[in-house]
Design a protein. Sequence first.
Length: 331
Amino acid sequence: MIIKSIKLQNFRSHELYSLKMGDKTTQILGENGWGKTSILEAIYIALTGKSFRAVDREIVRRGADFYRIELGLTDGEKVAVAYDLERQNRTFLVKCSKFGRLPKKYKYPVVLFLPDDLHLVSSSPASRRGYFDKFLAQLSPGFSSTLSRYNKALKQRNELLKEASVSPDSLFSWDVMLAKYGCEIRKARKELVQQLNKRLTEVYRGIAKNEDEISISYESYIDDVDESKYLKLLTLDFERDRALGHTNFGVHKDSFEFVFNKSVADGSASRGEVRSLVIALKFIEAEMLEKELGKKPLVLLDDVFSELDEARQEALVSNFKDNQIILTSVG
């Protein structure tokens, strides 16, 4: 157990809310639309430094000009997060010190399980990229910064491509950044998939009770090119990019696919098989986070039990029996 209590003020639909956590598992009951997911979101922000679904200005309760989160931890410390809507300023208060961003040493690993995750196999390529990138951001704090820099450079380049006077020279500095950070992103994604594939079939079989072979296929738009080749390819694509008005080449087009017995899972795997796969991913995620960060992750389950049969519910509870679990359900 790491969290003893939570207090919210003006956080989404919650004007004032407080809750004391159970020793191991805390269940939050409420009807749809009551704000159960918002409580998990607040915990996620306080422990990881960012929301999993919105920007700060969208989180402030309607009619209010700030929100505040306060977590009471089992070691006696508190973590507070405050956002001022007028100033558009967020601050973290940890051990009597204020920070604009949550420092790496105060972050805590979280395994988040949302209903949408159960549709991961059939989701869009962008959704699958986002799923694995969020995992990488927790596993390797530097990845989040690299991805952010890549996305900023991509946005700037795309804006320039819409200008009539755009030229290869005016894009050069952004191309350099895309090449540098793109290669770093591809390397991190490739290594993650390699690690996941070492465990995926074994963990999946333990849940599904069959002999299927499962893997993740990662296809990068840039293959194994180095920075100089990446930069050259961006330059060669200039005329097409200008015509399209956006950058068509780069890791923002990479694809993750799930493979069942050498066939693409989307369309070939049953609903039960897909659910077993996603649960296996969550188990491996928790293992890797604990091994890399030396902390047993907090587990947040957002109304997923209703989507799972009894066997998979038992597998979920059994595997996370040593983790603190906070779950929501309709009731």
